[in-house]
Ligand binder design. Structure first.
Ligand code: FES
Length: 134
C-alpha cells in the first residue's frame, strides 16, 4: 500500500469504514488479520501457532479467535493461547487424534506458540499497523 516504508513506521492497511469482524491483509510479506472487537482494533498473525493454518475462517468469540482446524483459541489482545479445548467437539477429536497419532509414531507433540501481535492505531478512519524491525 505504501512505498518507501521507513523502519518502525505505522503502515496503512485498511479503512475503518465498513469494517466489522475481521479482514486479512498482507504487509511486508506477512499475512495479518485485522480484527474489530466492539470498535477496538487488533492486528495478529494470520497463522495459527500450532500448525500454521490460516485463522481467517476461525470464529471470533469476544476477544478470542478459534483456529478452524483443531479449535485452539487465541486471545487477540495478547496473542496467547486462551483455551486449548475447542468449543466444537468435532475439532477437539481432530486434535486428540493428531496427538494420538504423533504419540503412536514416537514423535513429539506439536507445541502451540502464541500468535504474533502488532501495534495498531487508527488515524482519520485509516487503520495502521507497526511492523517489527527485521
Ligand atoms: S492448526 Fe490451529 S490448533 Fe492446530
Amino acid at each position: 500500500m505504501a512505498e518507501n516504508i521507513e523502519e518502525n513506521e505505522y503502515i496503512p492497511v485498511a479503512s475503518l469504514e465498513d469494517f466489522t469482524g475481521k479482514i486479512k491483509v498482507e504487509v511486508q510479506n506477512e499475512e495479518l488479520l485485522i480484527i474489530n472487537v466492539r470498535g477496538e482494533i487488533y492486528a495478529i498473525s494470520d497463522r495459527c501457532g500450532h500448525m500454521g493454518v490460516s485463522l481467517f475462517y476461525g470464529e471470533l468469540d469476544g476477544y478470542n479467535i478459534e483456529c478452524p482446524l483443531h479449535g485452539t483459541q487465541f486471545n487477540v489482545q495478547t496473542g496467547e493461547v486462551a483455551n486449548l479445548e475447542s468449543r466444537k467437539p468435532k475439532l477437539k477429536f481432530l486434535k486428540d487424534d493428531l496427538d494420538a497419532l504423533l504419540k503412536g509414531l514416537g514423535l513429539p507433540l506439536v507445541k502451540i506458540k502464541p500468535l504474533k501481535i502488532y501495534k495498531v492505531k487508527v488515524e482519520n478512519g485509516v487503520i495502521k499497523v507497526k511492523m517489527p524491525k527485521v
